[in-house]
Design a protein around this ligand. Sequence first.
Ligand code: SF4
Ligand code: SF4
Length: 284
Amino acid sequence: MIIAIASGKGGTGKTTVATGLAYTLARDGRRVELLDCDVEEPNAHLFVRPQSDCTEPVGVPVPRVDAEKCTNCGLCSEVCQFNAVACLPDRVVIADELCHGCGACVHFCPVQAMTETDRNIGVLESGRSTLDGVNKLHLRYGRLRIGEAMAVPLIRAVRRAAGPCDVTLIDAPPGTSCPVIAAVKGADFVLLVTEPTPFGLNDLQLAVEMVRALELPLAVVVNRSTVGDRAVWDYCRNENIDILLEIPDDRRIAEAYSRGLIAAEVLPQYAQTFRDLYLGIRDS
Ligand code: SF4
Ligand code: SF4
C-alpha cells in the first residue's frame, strides 16, 4: 500500500506523522519504505537516522546545439513550452534552469543539430534505519542542489527508488503545486495533515481540491488539535472527509521533535495511536 502524507503548508506536522507511522509499522515487523519527497528541505533522515547505503547523482537531459549544423530555423524555440530556447540572429541560446528536459526541441530539429547532455540537479540518498528494534525501515530521499528549481525530476527519482515492501510512505513537499502532485500521484491513499487555524483550514481546502482532482482517496489528521478553533472539523463534516487522527498540543512531542526523536519512539502511547491510524487508512 502506498500512503502519501501531505499538507497545504509547511510546519503542520507532516514529518511527525510520516516518521511516526514509519517507525511504528516497522517496529511491528512490516517492511516499510519511507520516501522523503520534500527534496528542497528533506528532514526525515534526522529522525530515522539511516546508515547510508547509496548516494546517486540525479540529472535532467538538456539540449546542446551543434553550431556547425544549425540553420537557425527557429523551430526549437517555437516548440519549447517553457521558453528555454532563444534563437538569436547568429546563435541559439538555451536557458538550462528553465529547461524541463522534455526533448521536444531535439526531436523536432530538422537537421539533428541538437543532442542531449545530463545536467545535475541533486542527489538521491538511500539507507536503512539504525533505530533500535527497527530493521525493516528503508529511507530514500532527495537533496536538491542549492538554487536549483527543477524539483520534480528528483522527486520522481525518489519515487522510482522505492524497493519491495509492505507499506510505502511518502512524505510530500508542502503546498499544492507540481512537486506535490509528482509526490502523491499514484498513491493509494493521501493523508492531509492540518492545524485548527484559519491558515490551516485555507491550505487544507486547497490540498483537498488537489487530491480530489487526482481522484485519490483522502483523510485528515489534525495536529495540535487542542488549540485554535473548530472550523476544520466543520469543514471536514460538510465535505464528508474522515478525520482519522487528532494529535493534541503535547509539549513532549515538540521536545522529541527538537531533539531529532520520533514521538512514538520516546512516548510509547503514540505507537498505538499510529497503529490505529494505519488501520483506519486500511479500512477507509
Ligand atoms: S531547430 Fe535545430 S536547426 Fe533550427 S534553430 Fe534549433 S537547433 Fe538550429
Ligand atoms: S528539452 Fe524541452 S524544455 Fe528543454 S529546451 Fe528543449 S523543448 Fe525546451
